[in-house]
Write a protein that binds this ligand. Structure first.
Ligand code: HEC
Ligand code: HEC
Ligand code: HEC
Ligand code: HEC
Length: 443
């Protein structure tokens, strides 16, 4: 750890941290009186043990190290990264606090890449606010004005996560990298924020006479906002990929993995041949609509008209993408248009009202959509699985009277996970059957 590179005066307003816009590296946040306490500090507005949580429990702090381990080394060999993955901007872009421009590195930066995805990867360059933000009366807005990234804004927060967890034109995981061993990218804001682990206090409900606790409905809001932003990010990435004629097309990672990666059987045993190939030519790999399959149900509940429009436009995109020789220019236009619709829906999801009956309705509607979701491939099935898990947690925790069959319901949802683990073994009929089981327990 770069524990030696702390600011001169961590609690003062005048620490010479560098000029605004520069990155200091995580060592600058690790002092025990700042964010490096081992346990949460009582009575403090923030927890103050953020650094300890990150370094000990958060995978982001290991993100650089994995580049030097077996899988990272294998990928570097296959992809001909001669200096190793740990020296390749292609990998560092998401696996480290990667600051290519030397002028943006403050004196304390040193070898900060080696500490993985660290504080400023999410919170922005600290030099402009590092000294000042420790003062009690220092307002959050002024930090933001001085270069702090506003992670409190849920849409911005999701965009930040997705810049690495879906990627973009500049930093991406494509099928070539996946074929070399990289995990396929999958994200759901509420699930991933729970796993992360959170190093921040959640807003708490304040009902007189009721002990303060985290409001489980925030999980539903995070799910909904995250779905809107992830659809938007994925569609922008798709449009950029289609636009860049220097890149191979189609980019296989935009398609359903299981369409190409499954074992063949004789016709009697093929559920695909039994089902037929609705909406496409037999043998063409369909588009991966994972990031839309669940979101459309949320939108339908919030605004049926907006859902109709989104569904019509996405259907067109899906038809375009599900052809072997998909027309790149038409894809750019269709994906850009749909990304705009998703972008407009994100703020609606922030201010939408979340309550227990609505959470139950969403659980019912998603599980009732078993056939459609299952047919969109293993990616869509995985999104539905995470969404049901997240909604169930909120539903179960919003009332002191648990549903009578909570245990059965939990088991049924848990039963979805193994069905989406391996794309090659994905069987949409099995997935639909398990979804119907979940649905029957929600009546
Ligand atoms: C667009 C961002 C992005 C880029 C670029 C990227 N990765 Fe990753 N990588 C991720 C994310 C996100 C994960 C975690 C996936 C998950 O668990 O959901 C990951 C996971 C991994 C893992 C698995 C780690 C583990 O804990 O098992 C390895 C190894 C890896 N990446 C290597 C590389 C290499 C090598 C490169 C460059 C060739 C690279 N990555 C480029 C985002 C990226
Ligand atoms: C992967 C992204 C990520 C990384 C890495 C990260 N954070 Fe955070 N942090 C967040 C998010 C998201 C929040 C919650 C939103 C918020 O309250 O701003 C948060 C919240 C916080 C808060 C509470 C802010 C408040 O106003 O309540 C502090 C303090 C904080 N982080 C410090 C750190 C420190 C110190 C590090 C490095 C040791 C770090 N974070 C690393 C994403 C990250
Ligand atoms: C700068 C890129 C970057 C940003 C921003 C980022 N992540 Fe990550 N994240 C990664 C990489 C790379 C990994 C893989 C690390 C590893 O396996 O060692 C990862 C891993 C994770 C994991 C562990 C996944 C697993 O399979 O165990 C979770 C959870 C996670 N990120 C959540 C988030 C959330 C929530 C946010 C936004 C608040 C976020 N990340 C922002 C790059 C990023
Ligand atoms: C259009 C067909 C197609 C699609 C869609 C596709 N792949 Fe592939 N994939 C291939 C081909 C062809 C190879 C090379 C196979 C070989 O050399 O044996 C490959 C290789 C791979 C490999 C390495 C080979 C192995 O079995 O270890 C992995 C892993 C992989 N793909 C994962 C995925 C994932 C995950 C997705 C979805 C995000 C996906 N693929 C989508 C055609 C596809």
């Amino acid at each position: 750890m770069a524990g030696e590179t702390r600011p001169q005066n961590p609690a003062g307003r005048t620490a010479a941290a560098g000029v605004p816009g520069q990155y200091n590296g995580p060592g600058s946040c690790s002092s025990t009186s700042c964010h490096g306490s081992l346990t949460p500090v009582n009575g403090s507005r923030i927890l103050q043990n953020e650094f300890s949580t990150w370094v000990a429990k958060d995978k982001h702090s290991k993100a650089y190290r994995v580049l030097t381990e077996d899988l990272g080394v294998q990928m570097a060999r296959i992809l001909h990264l001669d200096k190793g993955a740990e020296n390749s901007p292609k990998c560092l872009a998401c696996h480290a606090l990667y600051v290519a421009d030397e002028k943006k590195r403050a004196k304390t930066f040193g070898q900060s890449e080696q500490e993985g995805v660290s504080c400023e990867s999410c919170h922005g360059p600290a030099a402009g606010w590092l000294g000042e933000h420790t003062a009690r009366d220092w307002p959050h807005d002024r930090s933001v004005a001085a270069g702090m990234y506003d992670t409190r804004d849920l849409i911005k927060r999701a965009e930040k996560c997705l810049s690495c967890h879906v990627g973009s034109q500049e930093k991406f995981v494509d099928h070539e990298m996946i074929a070399a061993g990289h995990p396929d990218l999958l994200f759901e804001l509420d699930t991933f924020s729970t796993v992360m682990p959170r190093h921040w206090k959640e807003p708490r409900e304040k009902t007189p006479g009721v002990p303060e606790r985290k409001d489980p409905l925030y999980g539903v809001r995070d799910l909904a906002v995250g779905q809107a932003v992830q659809l938007q990010s994925a569609l922008r990435r798709l449009a950029d990929r289609a636009r860049d004629k220097g890149k191979l097309w189609p980019e296989y990672s935009e398609l359903q993995c299981s369409a190409c990666h499954h074992s063949l059987t004789n016709p009697e045993n093929s559920w695909r041949q039994k089902r037929g190939y609705p909406g496409g030519r037999p043998g063409d790999p369909p588009w991966n609509a994972a990031r839309y399959a669940v979101f459309r149900i949320l939108v339908r509940e919030a605004d049926p008209q907006a859902e109709e429009r989104l569904t019509t436009d996405l259907k067109r995109l899906s038809e375009l993408m599900s052809r072997v020789n998909s027309d790149r220019d038409a894809v750019v236009a269709a994906a850009g248009n749909c990304a705009g619709l998703a972008e407009n829906l994100a703020p609606r999801m922030v201010t939408w009202s979340y309550d227990r009956p609505r959470t139950l309705r969403l659980l019912q509607q998603i599980s009732a959509d078993a056939d459609f979701i299952a047919a969109q491939g293993e990616g869509a099935a995985a999104q539905a699985t995470m969404a049901l898990q997240s909604l169930f947690t909120a539903y179960n925790n919003t009332s002191d009277t648990k549903p009578g069959n909570a245990q059965e319901l939990r088991e049924a949802i848990r039963g979805l996970f193994p069905l989406v683990e391996n794309p090659s073994a994905y069987d949409e009929r099995q997935f639909a059957v398990q979804m119907r089981k979940v649905n029957s327990l929600l009546r």
